[in-house]
Design a protein around this ligand. Structure first.
Ligand code: FDA
Length: 444
């Protein structure tokens, strides 16, 4: 369906930085609003550095499933009648009845990726791929910041609001750097093909979360002659709490509760419910891994080994191998494992979008721990002279709670941001047009 783009002029209502699921959900909200008779169109463009849509491609392991219900797709929580729902996608792919018979709320990750791609294609006219945003600069008129120039390497987009959704960046243990033999789990499938034709003898996988367990199971299956050593500081993999009452921490209402809570209660809630998301594993996968370990014990050839209460202390590469030093936290004993590859499934940190803002970041407000002060509508609090909006999708766990970097609340969060942008439209000062060749030259 063609997307009505509304105002084609040089000043957009919003420019989105990054086009993962968060800003995809926002693009759909814009699309649906613009298609609604009587609503003033919103002009928007989304800038994505990847050449095509891609969501954690390096971890699209064939049998991995989603950790969130398909009903928390890009739209359903906001608009259950949307044609962008996961159910509409299934219908179009001819799998609706098969999915229903499956009796699962959790699609395959690879299937959800296909859903996201399917949705992204339908709002393609709002997106510029291969567009790496390198700076966001203030546009000043009469002493006020009225807009931003969002710059990629070869184009500039002027907007009254920017929505920063740059996602997560991989976190490696201190002192460890990614290389040909040391991978972050993010790059698993991208790198593993490079081992074709070799016969690896050992992998070491560090981490205790879902990714670590998935990588361990994947390598154990893919390389039947290799030993796979899982290194984790816990006693064993621990289950993700997805029980119904605990799951309420991801509800839209929980965002209100969290936002209004005191700092003490916020940190208490994050502590209580960290095990809904962090360093935990789906129970099915834990049981499958345990079955493998036990089966190997019975058969007398242990290929899947877990080094628990242990930590990685060094990784030294030489002659096509990596020497991985692991220290037992119980005894202090150090073991050096000679491995083909070390995979660090050691998680992610929110990508910090503030360096992009340059001088503008000095006009944003921060709390005593140096974190951005973010209003309930996800708008960063700025100096009074700044009239143009900076919105965050992600990186707001300290203000909006645990769902900030997850899919659970994407549909609602996008709607709230769009509502805020629209509500302020008529009260903001005029913005000078972006003149001459600077305007979106390669895309216009
Ligand atoms: P995301 O990281 O997806 O997208 C950000 C985009 O911004 C990227 O495409 C990036 O290229 C782009 N970008 C960054 N900087 C840019 C710049 N300067 N210029 C242009 N583009 C830029 N959550 C959940 O709720 N349920 C689940 O099942 C899972 N499963 C899952 C599996 C795996 C393997 C991982 C690693 C994570 C999950 N998650 C998850 C959590 C995950 O963070 C979440 O699903 C989304 O990726 C969040 O979407 P975003 O769009 O916010 O970020």
């Amino acid at each position: 369906m063609p997307q009505p783009r509304g105002d084609q002029g040089p000043v957009y209502d919003l420019v989105g930085v990054g086009f993962g699921p968060s800003n995809l959900a926002l693009a759909i909200a814009v699309h649906e609003r613009n298609a609604t008779a009587g609503s003033a169109p919103v002009s928007a463009v989304f800038l994505e550095r990847q050449a095509t849509f891609g969501w954690h491609r390096g971890m699209l392991i064939e049998d991995a499933t989603m950790q969130v219900s398909f009903l928390k797709d890009l739209v359903t929580m906001r608009n259950p009648t949307s044609s962008f729902s996961f159910l509409c996608y299934l219908q179009e792919r001819g799998r609706l009845i098969d999915f229903v018979n499956h009796k699962s709320l959790f699609p395959l990750r690879i299937e959800f990726h296909d859903y996201l791609e399917w949705a992204a294609v339908r709002v393609d006219d709002l997106v510029r791929y291969g567009a790496d945003v390198v700076a966001v600069r203030p546009v000043v008129a009469d002493g006020m910041v009225t807009a931003y120039d969002v710059e990629t390497r070869d184009s500039t987009f002027r907007a009254r609001n920017v929505v920063l959704a740059s996602g997560l960046r991989p976190a490696l243990p201190p002192g460890i750097e990614a290389s040909q033999r040391v991978w972050h789990s993010r790059d698993l499938l991208t790198n593993v093909d490079g081992l074709a034709g070799t016969d690896p003898s050992r992998f070491v996988v560090v981490g205790a979360g879902q990714s670590a367990a998935e990588v361990t199971a994947f390598l154990h299956e893919r390389f039947p002659n290799a030993e796979v050593c899982g290194v984790l500081s816990r006693y064993g993999y621990s289950p993700a709490d997805d029980s119904p009452f605990a799951n309420r921490i991801f509800d839209p209402l929980a965002v209100d509760d969290y936002f209004d809570a005191s700092t003490r209660v916020k940190s208490m809630l994050l502590g209580y419910h960290a095990n809904t998301n962090y360093s935990v594993v789906d129970t099915d996968l834990i049981e499958a891994l345990y079955r493998r370990v036990y089966r190997e014990k019975v058969l007398g050839s242990q290929r899947l080994r877990l080094l628990n209460v242990s930590r990685l202390t060094a990784a030294q590469e030489s002659a096509g191998r990596v020497a991985v030093t692991v220290e037992s936290m119980l005894t202090g004993a150090r073991t050096v494992l000679d491995a083909d590859v070390l995979v660090c499934a050691t998680g992610y940190a929110p990508a910090d979008p503030f360096p992009l803002l340059g001088e503008l970041s000095a006009r944003c407000h921060y709390d005593e721990q140096g974190r951005a002060v973010v209003e309930r509508d996800y708008r960063v609090r700025t100096d009074p002279g700044v009239h143009a909006g900076i919105y965050l999708q992600g990186g707001t766990e300290h203000t909006h709670g645990i769902s900030s970097s997850l899919l659970s609340n994407t549909a609602i969060r996008s709607a709230e941001i769009l509502e805020s942008v629209c509500a302020r439209r008529h009260t903001e000062p005029a913005v000078p047009a972006l003149s001459g060749s600077g305007r979106a030259s390669s895309y216009a």
